[in-house]
Design a protein around this ligand. Sequence first.
Ligand SMILES: Cc1ncc(COP(=O)(O)O)c(C=O)c1O
Length: 388
Amino acid sequence: MDPVYLDYAASTPIDPDVLDVMVDTYKNVIGNPSSIHSFGRQARKVIDDARHTIAKYIGARSREIVFTSGGTEGDNMAIIGAALANQKYGKHIITTKIEHHGVFRTCEYLENQGFDVDYLDVDRTGRISLDQLKEKLREDTILVTIMFGNNEVGTIQPIREIAHLLAGRRTLFHTDAVQAFGTVDMDVKDTPIDLLSMTGHKIGGPKGIGFLYIRDGVHIASFTHGGDQERKRRAGTQNVPAIAGLGKAVGLVADDLSDRIADCLKVRKTLLQTLDRSDVDYRINGNPEHFLPQILNLYFPGTHVETLLTKLDLEGVAVSSGSACTAGSVEPSHVLTAMFGEGAPETQSSIRISFGAGSTPENVAEAGTIIARSVRELTETGRAGERL
Ligand SMILES: Cc1ncc(COP(=O)(O)O)c(C=O)c1O
């Protein structure tokens, strides 16, 4: 059997059409987009076109899109940039306990710089409470940063409600839309988000490229200093082929968002049906109503995540835990800990399965059968906690 890749939330293979665009750009667009001659103008046009495609898709204006090296940079740029530019109004920031490290550690960094950060709780499905957000909001709250869809359990936050709650206040609203971007419709005209970060490599685009949407009128401090690129918001020569690839990838999402969602839901159902038929004991971690279709986090009572992942890898199924693997040990996920409590069994025995362009009902059913068999073998033989 060919190995089955079910870790699209970690990264997706590049779409062949995106690759074609990039290769063509590498070969034929040689100028620096800041140069005024025809070669420069040609490169500039590639960037302008990509910016236009992206802006149109999210209901923004081209000048509101700043290219970055991906989600982490976009998160850092938004959060640190907003904090530094607005510290004269206050030093209070609100985020959640389940953010990606790109946000979480950036907030911790700001705490060390004298900012005051509140981390909102989530319920057992991974959703924040709007009431708690309202309680925590203060006169000096300059920024609220809450992710769109969670990368480990797929829970979608009430982004519209949060944006409308904050509209009209001085508080800026940033959302990390890295996981939600390719499977959730988003429109910054309808939903007054001030800052939105995304990355290319979760939607069939290249790695190392993304963008930050910055609403017109929102001022953030820039922390790269040099040329005037990206309207002085990010100095440095742009990665033209990667930007061309990102524009193509976003264009493809725009063309078939509903098919992508339907395809993910279909294989998700296949996987759950396969597990149900095999009679293996499992539970879904996440919100039954507000979830990203491509992410399925499952709790298998009695298993140990590291052992299970290793076994599945040996059997040719690539899935992941949401946790950071350091030196062979898996630290409990901060997301599952926030949802279920410190030391809860869900934090020891859950895996993340995520779907994408190469997931078919056939290979997902095959993977489901292997997952069920592996779980059964590990729990029956009492080897759940043993390292293979
Ligand atoms: C929610 C979320 N934010 C940010 C990132 C970081 O994006 P990048 O890998 O482009 O830096 C990821 C990547 O896994 C993510 O899932």
